[in-house]
Design a protein around this ligand. Structure first.
Ligand code: HEM
Length: 489
């Protein structure tokens, strides 16, 4: 196992504890010959539960890896002993992407990472959460999306490019205060390099399991490097512009908040410091972690609504009763739209976009389910199997938002529902993502109805695993609801 310098991992490889059942392995190949088939990891790991139980180990190439498929064990890893398992492995592609871990998601646990994560968290709060600015940004993107979708006409079309554009625009405004018009060349550039990164990272899997492969020519790796150059050129320009115009007033956006926080001595200045590279990588990560995840979640929910028109009708009934068609939905309406909230949760349960989270590593001697786990061990939390466990979810393959309501119609959040992870590595963007999902979905369904083109196929619900689990492209027909013919007021 390769460790970054500066961390306190021991250099010796971790010793598997005999009591966690371990799938056999061969030198170099690891357990690959025993995994068989071409299933994506979350499904393969779920299938292996039948044979090895919910907690087992395997070798991914040379890496001893524990797979957790049960929510009690997941809560131990993420929450109860979250600190023990808050490390991240070093990987070829993500090291390239993040200048050797100067980001949040892929950086290993260290005092500097903690400081950086706290700064990002505070910056989100300072700039967005709790202020109406964030809502304004999202609602402006919602209006543009609604106008665009409704101008799609009555012919079936793929909603994905418009949804991705809208969410990208939210992140661009949030991070560096630029809001692009449809067709803007710079926006196209952002979407293009982001997509290139997403596609190549998804294909980089082998390189990450077998790091020695990086010495061989690899066209994906080359494409990834090209996209990173374009990304860094654009973000560096934005960063320099921000530095030149930074003032004492309130931060204009996330870049301002990070630049101010970075120089604020109260945020801690022991040892290493947050550098411009960290600020740049954080901005880049807002796109990497914040666009594909949120837009894909919306597209999954739309796909399920096409399969379940009765759910769409019920959300629209709730919206008509609680909001009407005279005004737009706002964040303060959230408490009045419980069913809509359940639809969002059920979408994230049945199709978690990050089905095995991001790999964790043990930082110290610890345990899972009473079994000893050594430092350096990789841990994969299979949220897919947790969200589909028939012992905890009645008919887990059925899209049924009511499972998030109790007998009295009150919202409930089962302890085996963790779409954003939990603990020290919980998604930093959770509240932003929830705000976006709520405002986008409520506004779309208030203003328009979605149905399948006549005779057209229903969306395929199997999905395809890239960096995130995404639905295959599908087509919709959009019709305006009364009072919203133009898409926005
Ligand atoms: C991490 C889910 C949106 C930023 C994660 C993790 C999950 C997740 C499962 C990994 C947790 C772990 O490894 O234990 C989601 C979902 C989203 C979403 C379902 C949308 C529906 C966002 C947004 C942002 C964001 C909008 C920021 C703009 C991050 C970051 C991490 C992360 C920085 C790494 C945290 C760390 O390693 O400490 N997210 N996310 N995410 N997410 Fe999100």
């Amino acid at each position: 196992i390769s460790h970054r310098s500066g961390t306190n991992h021991p250099s010796s490889p971790p010793l598997p504890h005999p009591s966690i059942p371990c799938i056999p392995r061969l030198p170099l190949l690891g357990s690959l010959p025993w995994l068989g088939g071409r299933l994506p990891p979350h499904l393969l790991f779920t299938r292996l539960v039948n044979r090895y139980g919910s907690l087992y180990a395997l070798y991914l190439g040379p890496h001893y890896t524990v797979v957790v498929n049960d929510h009690q064990h997941a809560r131990e890893v993420l929450l109860q002993r979250g600190r023990d398992f808050a490390g991240r492995p070093s990987m070829v592609t993500t090291d390239l992407l993040t200048r050797g871990g100067k980001d949040i998601a892929f950086a290993d646990y260290s005092p500097l990472w903690k400081l950086h994560r706290r700064l990002v968290h505070n910056s989100f709060t300072l700039f967005g959460e709790g202020t109406s600015r964030l809502q304004e940004i999202v609602l402006s993107a919602v209006d543009s999306l609604c106008v665009e979708l409704l101008s799609g006409g009555r012919r079936g079309f793929d909603p994905s490019p418009a949804v991705t554009r809208a969410i990208t625009n939210v992140v661009c405004t949030l991070v560096f205060s630029t809001t692009y018009r449809h067709g803007d060349a710079e926006l196209q550039e952002v979407i293009k390099y982001n997509d290139g990164i997403v596609q190549t990272i998804a294909r980089g899997g082998l390189v990450d399991i077998y790091p020695w492969m990086k010495v061989f020519p690899n066209s994906s790796l080359r494409k990834l490097k090209d996209c990173i150059i374009v990304r860094d050129r654009l973000l560096t320009r934005k960063l320099e512009e921000h530095k030149a115009s930074l003032s004492d007033g309130d931060p204009r956006d996330l870049l301002d908040a990070l630049l101010k926080g970075k120089t604020d001595r109260s945020s801690g200045s022991e040892g290493e410091l947050i550098t411009d590279d960290h600020v740049l990588m954080t901005a880049a990560e807002a796109f990497g972690a914040g666009v594909e995840t949120t837009s894909t979640t919306l597209l999954w929910i739309l796909a399920y609504l096409l399969h379940h028109p009765e759910v769409q009708d019920r959300v629209q009934k709730e919206l008509d009763e609680q909001i009407g068609n005279e005004r737009a939905v706002s964040v303060s309406d959230r408490g009045r739209l419980p069913y809509l909230d359940c639809v969002i949760n059920e979408g994230m349960r049945i199709r978690p976009v990050s089905p095995v989270l991001i790999p964790h590593t043990a930082m110290t001697h610890s345990s899972i389910g009473g079994h000893a786990v050594g430092p350096g061990t990789r841990v994969l939390v299979n949220m897919w199997s947790i969200h589909h466990n028939p012992r905890h979810w009645d008919k887990p393959d059925l899209f049924n938002p009511d499972r998030f309501l109790d007998d009295k119609g009150q919202r409930v959040t089962p302890s085996c529902f963790l779409p954003f992870g939990a603990g020290p590595r919980v998604c930093v963007g959770e509240s932003l993502a929830r705000l976006e999902l709520f405002l986008f979905l409520s506004s779309l369904l208030q203003r328009m109805s979605f149905r399948l083109p006549d005779g057209g196929p229903s969306p395929n619900l199997q999905g395809r695993l890239g960096v995130v689990l995404q639905p295959l492209p599908y087509k919709v027909i959009v019709t305006p609801r009364a009072g919203w013919e133009g898409g926005a007021k």
